[in-house]
Design a protein around this ligand. Structure first.
Ligand SMILES: *Cc1c(COP(=O)(O)O)cnc(C)c1O
Length: 232
């Protein structure tokens, strides 16, 4: 089996094993292949393993790949920093945006989402460890903003996303993901049944097991599928 297909099989096994370990239904955990910096040929290899969900960080790079793979029935997720003057392309070409980190970005995506595509799925990115270097909403004070964003008609607020500080200790990894899961609980208590958040976008190559133990529904895996990236 070619390498990328093999890697996807390995990552899928890790997901299934963690689901079994923590009493989760493996069908509730979606694997996103993070294809940033990777050529279209790598994406095609992943498709050969049945992979349909791809996540990208850099808008222009993503648009080029999406154009090249048009008609392939893939689902594209945007997970990178989004400047407000670039929201239109994200609203027009993606099914999901995981990295909404300001109210203004949500409003622009809402205004720019073509009606023909239906509501854009979004997650709010939370700066769960309060790191200076990372974007995202602070957990404190997120509730009223989330309730406001949940009302935007052309968006569907699905959940929360975080990129915790890289930790070696499994317990520390779990602690950060636990905070995000609790925050979702807190927001859900204030939402109507039809609006409840069903998504926790958390877990990457190095910490997906800890994320699954705390309720992750989407893991975003790059390195362990495509190999180590060159520094951009
Ligand atoms: C790059 C990236 C990933 C993938 O990280 P790996 O460690 O390569 O699996 C996941 N999420 C986000 C937001 C990223 O930028």
């Amino acid at each position: 089996m070619p390498k990328i297909e093999n890697n996807i099989a390995d990552v899928s096994k890790r997901i299934d094993q963690s689901a079994a370990d923590y009493g989760r239904d493996p069908n509730e955990i979606l694997l996103l292949a993070v294809s940033k910096t990777r050529p279209v040929e790598d994406i095609r290899q992943a498709m050969g393993a049945g992979q349909a969900h791809f996540a990208e960080n850099y808008l222009q790079e993503a648009l080029d790949k999406i154009a090249q793979l048009e008609g392939e029935n893939l689902c594209w997720h945007f997970i990178g920093p989004l400047q407000s003057n670039k929201t239109r392309n994200a609203a027009e070409h993606f099914s999901w945006v995981h990295s909404v980190d300001r109210l203004k970005i949500a409003q622009r995506l809402n205004d720019q989402r073509p009606e023909s595509l239906g509501p854009l799925n979004i997650c709010l990115q939370v700066n769960i460890d309060n790191e200076q270097s990372k974007s995202g909403f602070a957990a404190d004070g997120l509730l009223p903003i989330a309730l406001q964003i949940a009302k935007l008609p052309n968006l569907r607020l699905r959940g929360l996303m975080a990129i915790p500080r890289a930790e070696i200790s499994f317990q520390k990894q779990q602690a950060a993901f636990h905070k995000l899961a609790q925050l979702r609980e807190q927001i859900n208590q204030s939402l109507d049944n039809s609006e409840k958040l069903d998504t926790l976008s958390m877990g990457m190559s190095g910490d997906l097991e800890a994320a699954i133990s705390q309720g992750s529904t989407m893991v975003r895996v790059g390195t362990d599928i495509f190999g180590k990236r060159e520094q951009k």
